[in-house]
Write a protein that binds this ligand. Structure first.
Ligand code: BAL
Ligand code: ZN
Length: 874
């Protein structure tokens, strides 16, 4: 495998005006007949007509004709990945017939089968597994698709756009033809065939057009579509109100499938969803799932404009659509739920996982310069950091300026395939701002660091804040250029009151950091202030300022910025836990600093706080995030110190925790609404502490909650608390609950996945448990959701057991990666991630991890795994 480079981008030699596909779905293979109308790209210089190089893999070519002339073998070249033809006119038509075997396609790219249905996944380069094509996002064409199949087994035949013909054929077969009037690249193509049922609703757009909305599922899931439908309608209205974007076809369809590599896919007019991201009923899905569905339905819907109407010129520009669309869905979720809580969740994800990626061997800018396998770049960096970069632009130009910018972007580029730079340019032109320095966020990897110091001159009544920026080296980028970093801040006086920052009386403002070192002077400051820095996490950076524990407790109580109140609490907890980690390493006695107990006690007692926020404040930093604070990760010491803190807090605050738990443990009908979710989250957070006690209180509460739970959120939380509880009395109860749960939900694949992941992530369970669960009848070694629930959860969340000193976790993961790579490279490349950070561990573990990576390297590998392993070992 070899790398391709952004700098080598060239337009194609030919464009495709229209694409007509006929799929004849058979029992063993599917015949694809493609009729393509080409014309020469005259904006490129040609001495003579260049050859037409189509890409295609894993298919059998039956015939190829140009303008009705069947081509002989001497007239074309064919290889494993290409079909090369020689046109004789600037405009011509090809008819290509090829056979594919979707039933044997385990990669879940292209056309494949999932349970009794056929479906597709074409992003990024799956279309080339369907037929020979110019499979690149800048080639946009109008698609007409005819699907032919047995009517009894596949009564529902779907593709993009509007259905224009339905016809019964001989031998019990039928056909449906779809036409999508909007030009699109092949990665947005979709086809579905199956025995499906649907729920239907309508949406009237802002210009008064009625759109039919349908969610298609296998019949046993028909009762689980309501939440997705409600979410879809909310998304459609929100995109009209906030961005002025209206839906453009007569019908919008969502289909749920069980075998899917991603969460969902935004194919034009026909979104295909991983069933875990669309199906929900109060008794089968947790609050987290309900919220995830709302966010993903919105995300895919928003792509209709940010991705489909305006798409990417090439795959290096992936963040153009993904970063922007994640920003859009985050704002939607913030509007639908609690804005601060949403921000906390997103920053937690970014800091716990994207910062890790940005400091590791696969670090890349949000617009990568090169890649070997594009599937490896659907990353937290492209998505989540990409969204942070869009958020920074939003903060720089303001809400109205941002809307002016997006209006201009959509108007200028509708129907085009464009670049990240086109997006930034639209923002500049609409607002008259210069984002030259800001563009470095697109080209540089790594998390910048802001080191902040301050001075107060009482005589001059002057406060000086000095900010230094730097960014660590990342692979291929030894030295970094400056960033433009918006640093939102405020100052608090001794009473916790916000201080005016200038004559206008403003108490929060954004400092534009553009130099290696800058000092900002605040005048008329009549007492030494405490700075509140990086409010709302205004930039994706590490911020260092020498806060004392008292400062942090003070900010937690008084900061007018809700995000920073939470962040101060996190900083306090990190400071305390990391001190304890040092003590664990030295074998010293552990004592919990009372400031954390007092702080948490105050939070629990504060009725003025949003309950979802209280739950967030009480969540200790994850082991993954704590690990990032150490030069050499000592996962055992982190686990021990964190558990000690959790147990000590539970012991010290037991009465308060029980009181809050009891107050919130009320029986009421389930509603997936923000206030109710907040109450359940806080209640179950309290329960999570109480089961850490070495006594029966928590276990009994969990047991009672499990027995009486009226919804999956409470049931799952109780089961997981029983499974992870400390006191020995929990063991038989946990076993019983887990067994009952498995019996009850044996037939529900998404529910059973939660059962798998709860056990795999539980620190009481080692590798043996995971191996035992892999033998369970509900487990499927090929299904991505199952593999992620068990292998992914164990290696990514059960850190003490995965990193067992024997190296058994590493050997296990290597075996699974090798096995899966032969079937589904995309999935394998996700699962291998925990091994890629081997350099951060102690010498023994380093060697063990390096050894298994080298063992993987000995196999015949996909380009996906080849890239990850070779970059990790470099
Ligand atoms: N485009 C791939 C799935 C998503 O990000 O929506
Ligand atoms: Zn997306």
């Amino acid at each position: 495998p070899r790398a391709i480079y952004l700098k080598d981008y060239q337009q194609p030699d030919y464009w495709i005006e229209t694409t007509h596909l006929v799929f004849d779905l058979g029992d063993e293979s599917t015949r694809v007949t493609s009729t393509l109308k080409f014309h020469l790209n005259t904006s490129k210089k040609h001495d003579q007509l260049p050859p037409l190089e189509l890409v295609g893999t894993d298919m059998e070519l039956i015939s190829v004709a140009i303008d009705g002339q069947v081509q002989t073998k001497e007239q074309y070249q064919i290889s494993k990945e290409r079909l090369i033809l020689q046109p004789v006119f600037e405009q011509f038509e090809t008819v290509i017939v090829n056979d594919i075997k979707p039933q044997e396609n385990t990669s879940l790219e292209g056309l494949y089968s999932s349970s009794s249905m056929f479906c597709t996944q074409c992003e990024a380069e799956g279309f080339r597994k369907i037929t020979y094509y110019l499979d690149r996002p800048d080639v946009m064409s109008v698609f007409t698709t005819t699907v032919i199949a047995d009517k009894e087994r596949f009564p529902v035949l779907l593709s993009n756009g509007n259905a224009i013909e339905r016809k019964d054929l001989d031998n019990g077969r039928h056909l449906v033809t779809w036409n999508d009037p909007f030009k699109k690249p092949a990665y947005l193509f979709a086809l579905v065939a199956g025995k499906l049922e649907f729920v239907e609703d309508t949406f009237t757009t802002m210009s008064g057009r009625e759109v039919t909305l349908r969610i298609f599922v296998e019949p046993h899931n028909i009762t689980k579509c309501d939440h997705a439908m409600v979410s879809l309608k909310k998304s459609m209205r929100w995109d009209e109100e906030v961005y002025g974007r209206e839906y453009d076809l007569d019908i919008f369809m969502i289909v749920a499938v069980d075998d899917f590599n991603m969460g969902a896919m935004e194919n034009k007019g026909l979104n295909i969803f991983n069933s875990s991201c669309v199906l929900a009923r109060p008794d089968t899905a947790t609050d987290a799932t309900f919220q995830r569905i709302e966010a993903i339905v919105a995300h895919e819907y928003f792509h209709n404009w940010s991705g489909n109407r305006v798409t990417c010129r090439d795959w290096f520009q992936l963040s153009l659509k993904e970063g922007f669309t994640v920003f859009r869905d985050a704002e939607f979720s913030a509007d639908m739920n609690s804005r601060t809580v949403k921000r906390v969740e997103d920053v937690n994800l970014l800091r716990s996982h994207q910062f890790v990626e940005d400091a590791g061997p696969m670090a890349h800018p949000i617009r990568p310069d090169s890649f070997i396998e594009i599937n490896n770049f659907y990353t937290l960096t492209v998505y989540e950091k990409g969204a942070e970069v869009v958020r920074m632009i939003h903060n720089i130009v303001g809400k109205e300026g941002f809307r002016k910018g997006t209006d201009l972007y959509f108007e200028r580029h509708d129907g085009q395939a464009v670049t990240c730079d086109d997006f930034v340019k639209a923002m500049e032109d609409a607002n008259g701002v210069d984002l030259t320095l800001f563009r470095n966020w697109y080209s540089q990897a790594g998390t910048p660091v802001l080191d902040v110091t301050d001075e107060y001159d009482e005589d001059a009544q002057e406060y000086r804040l000095t900010v230094k920026q730097s960014c660590p080296a990342t692979p291929g980028q030894e030295t970094k250029k400056l960033f433009h970093i918006p640093l939102e801040m405020g100052l608090l006086d001794g009473e916790g009151e916000p201080m005016p920052l200038d004559k206008s009386g403003l108490t929060t403002k954004v400092l534009d950091i553009k130099q290696p070192e800058e000092t900002f002077v605040f005048t008329g400051v009549d007492e030494r202030p405490l700075p509140s820095l990086l409010r709302g996490f205004s930039a994706p950076v590490h911020l260092n300022y020498d806060y004392s524990r008292e400062d942090l407790v003070f900010l937690m109580s008084y900061d007018e910025d809700g995000f920073n109140r939470w962040d101060s609490c996190q900083r306090l907890a990190i400071d305390i836990i990391m001190e304890l980690v040092g003590k664990v390493q030295k074998g010293e006695e552990l004592v919990l600093d009372s400031s954390l107990i007092e702080a948490f006690g105050k939070v629990l007692a504060d009725d003025s706080l949003d309950k979802a926020m209280v739950a967030e404040l009480l969540h200790l930093p994850s082991e993954t995030y704590l690990a990032e604070q150490m030069e050499v990760i000592d996962i055992d010491a982190i686990h021990q110190a964190r558990q000690f803190v959790k147990q000590s807090l539970a012991a010290a605050l037991k009465d308060q925790l029980v009181a809050v738990y009891n107050e919130l443990n009320i029986d009421k009908p389930y509603k997936p609404e923000a206030d109710d979710i907040a109450e359940r989250t806080l209640k179950n957070t309290c329960l999570g502490y109480l089961v850490e006690l070495d006594e029966e209180t928590g276990v009994q509460l969990a047991q009672a909650q499990y027995a009486g739970a009226g919804n999956m959120t409470d049931s799952m939380a109780a089961m997981s608390c029983l499974a992870s509880a400390e006191h020995a009395s929990s063991r038989p109860l946990a076993e019983k609950a887990l067994q009952e749960f498995a019996d009850k939900w044996a037939e529900d694949t998404n529910v059973i996945d939660m059962w798998f992941s709860t056990q795999a992530a539980c620190h009481h369970n080692g590798l043996e448990k995971v191996k035992e669960l892999m033998q369970h009848k509900a487990f499927d070694k090929k299904n991505p959701n199952k593999m992620r629930s068990l292998v992914g959860a164990f290696c990514g969340r059960n850190l003490v057991n995965f990193h067992d000193k024997s190296g058994s976790g590493y050997e296990f993961l290597a075996d699974e990666v090798i096995r899966i790579d032969a079937l589904n490279p995309q999935l394998a490349a996700r699962l291998i991630n925990p091994l890629t950070r081997w350099k951060r561990y102690d010498e023994e573990r380093r060697e063990l991890m390096q050894k298994v990576l080298k063992r993987i390297q000995q196999h015949e590998l996909s380009s996906d795994i080849f890239e990850v392993v070779s970059k990790s070992l470099a």
